[in-house]
Design a protein around this ligand. Structure first.
Ligand code: CUA
Length: 311
């Protein structure tokens, strides 16, 4: 990874060429106008210098030129805006079926876990050619997960899940940085992203001792906390609930996504589903961030008409 000085980081994800494209376009536009203005300043200061004793005529501004200039600049800035927005949306909309990896940040390390259970610290092995979705959470302060070679960066915030996705294109080792000042060892909160061919990745998975997969840990917690005793009977059924519209007792509706489920586990009385009594106890302080992530992973797998009794 010792690359010496580079003007741009290496390019190793499907986003990288797109981001570089829009970046160079902005750079070219800025360079063009900077040069144009510089040349004109020099030209006019020579042409109308005191020595030459030449005075500019008063000119009437031509409306046509003014309007043409405004319209041209309008379209130029619209192109810049639309191009950047497209990439922004691409980076925010996670494709279906992406491989989900859990990331927990703490002062001062990155802990990652694969869907098969393998854990890593300050490291992450991933295959090329497959969308990878990171579900990230911080145990203490705000950190930021930054992989320059992929041109992706997202804050990792305590108390909420932030997602990020990418698809790697080139095998190799790449830098992982924390990009948010998070205390005295912030600069040491770094790691390595190892991008592998799919077959090599499978070998790596097979040769690395796996902990319990997150979804299994979640299932155990679900049993341990006996979520089933109420959910499906005196409390709303959880099967098929994820991503669905929920009506609250206040009449409001919301989509049951990660933030809502998380809040309902930690602070159940905040939003009560219409027609149910507020009987759920809080699990604040009884469950770690990692357990919460695992529990949610399991809850998301509960489909309609599965083990859950429906009401
Ligand atoms: Cu973590 Cu800076």
């Amino acid at each position: 990874m010792n690359e010496g000085f580079r003007l741009l980081p290496r390019s190793a994800s499907t986003f990288a060429p797109q981001v570089d494209g829009v970046y160079f376009f902005h750079l070219a536009v800025a360079a063009f106008f900077t040069l144009l203005i510089l040349v004109l300043v020099i030209y006019f200061s020579l042409r109308y210098s005191r020595k030459r004793n030449r005075h500019p005529q008063n000119v009437e501004a031509s409306n046509t030129i003014e309007i043409a200039f405004i319209v041209a600049l309008f379209f130029l800035t619209m192109v810049m805006g639309a191009w950047g927005t497209r990439i922004y949306i691409d980076e925010y909309v996670v494709p279906q079926g992406a491989m989900e990896i859990h990331v927990i940040a703490k002062q001062w390390m990155w802990k990652t876990q694969h869907p098969e259970g393998q854990r890593e610290i300050n490291a992450l092995h991933i295959p090329i050619g497959r969308p990878i979705r990171l579900v990230m959470n911080s145990q203490d302060v705000i950190h930021s997960f930054f992989i320059p070679a992929f041109r992706v960066k997202r804050d990792v915030v305590p108390g909420r899940y932030n997602e990020m996705w990418f698809q790697a294109t080139t095998p190799g080792d790449y830098h992982l940085f924390c990009a948010e000042y998070c205390g005295s060892n912030h600069s040491a909160m770094i790691g390595t992203i190892t991008v592998m061919e799919p077959a090599a990745y499978q070998r790596w998975l097979a040769g690395t001792s796996a902990d319990e997969p997150p979804v299994r840990s979640g299932e155990k917690l679900f049993a341990q906390f006996a979520c089933n005793t109420c959910h499906g009977q005196r409390a709303p059924t959880l099967a098929g609930m994820y991503g669905r519209k929920v009506t609250l007792d206040t009449g409001q509706t919301l989509i049951a996504g990660d933030p809502y489920i998380r809040e309902s586990i930690l602070n159940p009385s905040a939003k009560i589903v219409a027609g149910f009594p507020p009987i759920m106890p809080t699990y604040q302080g009884q469950i770690t961030e990692e357990q919460l992530m695992n529990l949610m992973t399991y809850i998301k797998t509960l489909k309609d008409a599965s083990t859950q009794p429906t009401q």
